[in-house]
Design a protein around this ligand. Structure first.
Ligand code: NCD
Length: 295
């Protein structure tokens, strides 16, 4: 049973059962021997900054025995006025097998881009609307560390409204039967969302309820205006984590701003699974590329 339709853009049309088998496949990947090489070239088109997503897709491409083709927007013909779509059509014409795309343009991959392309597309982060491979790696980390996703109580903390990571996690985790909690300044709570949230005004209440907590970076680059908020009450630190389940787990998609949304001591807390998230990023992206490339 294949996980994908053709592209991987969001969780539309994907069942919980398919995701569970995908997690099983991704967890079993063994990187101890080099893969057989193949003729696939994967276009990595990151129009927005990235460290872990870009480098883990890069690693995953190599783990598949394929070659990554990298794009540097700051040195590209975007500077001469070439459009987002024309850039993608150009790279497609070079014979790549698939395109991994991160962008913050107004266009939607599903509605405005994919209909014009022949090759499969993987969404590596799209504006504020979604980041589904991040949700896959977060889901797999929860499953490994907590033993299940169904019934887990997952609280998202901070700038939820501008977080594409939170949006994709809401889709995936609700599909898998988790309970969703939100805690953050009123201005940054989700608006017009269809999900059923437990709302916590106070972080320590949210942490008392949760079995998994995820801190989010303040998405300054996506704010219309400067917020002058006192964020300290939503900071994950050693003191507030006294209220959190001793067997719970602490997540953050990264990059984190130390001493802003999370303090350095939390990174040494035995419940912190942030580095595990990064390693799982390579696994889910390798499994995904294997499916897309038919390996
Ligand atoms: C996130 C993103 O780009 O949405 N980073 C990531 O891919 N792990 C989160 C963020 O930038 O805050």
């Amino acid at each position: 049973m294949s996980f994908l339709d053709r592209h991987f853009l969001d969780f539309q049309g994907i069942s919980a059962q398919k995701i569970s088998s995908f997690f099983l496949k991704a967890s079993k990947l063994d990187f101890s021997t080099p893969p057989p090489t193949n003729a696939h070239i994967v276009g990595h088109l990151f129009f927005e900054p990235s460290t872990r997503t870009q480098l883990s897709f890069n690693t995953a491409t190599l783990r598949c025995g394929a070659q990554p083709l990298l794009f540097m927007p700051e040195n590209s013909s975007l500077k001469k006025g070439e459009t987002f779509l024309d850039t993608l059509l150009t790279v497609q014409s070079m014979g790549v097998s698939c395109l991994v795309i991160r962008h913050g343009y107004r266009e939607s991959l599903r509605k405005d881009i994919v209909p014009y392309l022949k090759v499969p597309v993987i969404n590596a982060g799209e504006g504020i609307s979604g980041h589904p491979t991040q949700a896959l790696l977060d889901g797999m980390t929860i499953l490994q560390e907590r033993g299940k996703i169904e019934g887990e109580k997952i609280v998202f903390i901070g700038d939820i409204e501008h977080s594409r990571v939170a949006k994709s996690n809401f889709e995936l985790l609700s599909l898998m039967g988790a309970k969703l909690g939100i805690c953050g300044p009123r201005e940054w709570l989700p608006k017009n969302s269809n999900f059923d949230f437990h709302h916590f005004e106070n972080l320590s209440q949210g942490l008392k309820w949760a079995t998994v907590c995820m801190a989010l970076r303040i998405q300054k680059e996506r704010h219309d205006s400067d917020f002058n908020l006192d964020f300290n009450q939503f900071q994950l630190n050693k003191n507030v984590l006294k209220d959190f389940d001793p067997k719970g787990i602490i997540l953050h998609p990264g990059p984190f701003n130390r001493e802003v949304e999370i303090t350095s001591d939390v990174l040494n807390d035995p419940r912190c699974a942030i580095w595990k998230q990064v390693s799982n990023g390579v696994k889910v992206r390798t499994a995904l590329l294997q499916e897309v490339l038919g390996l």
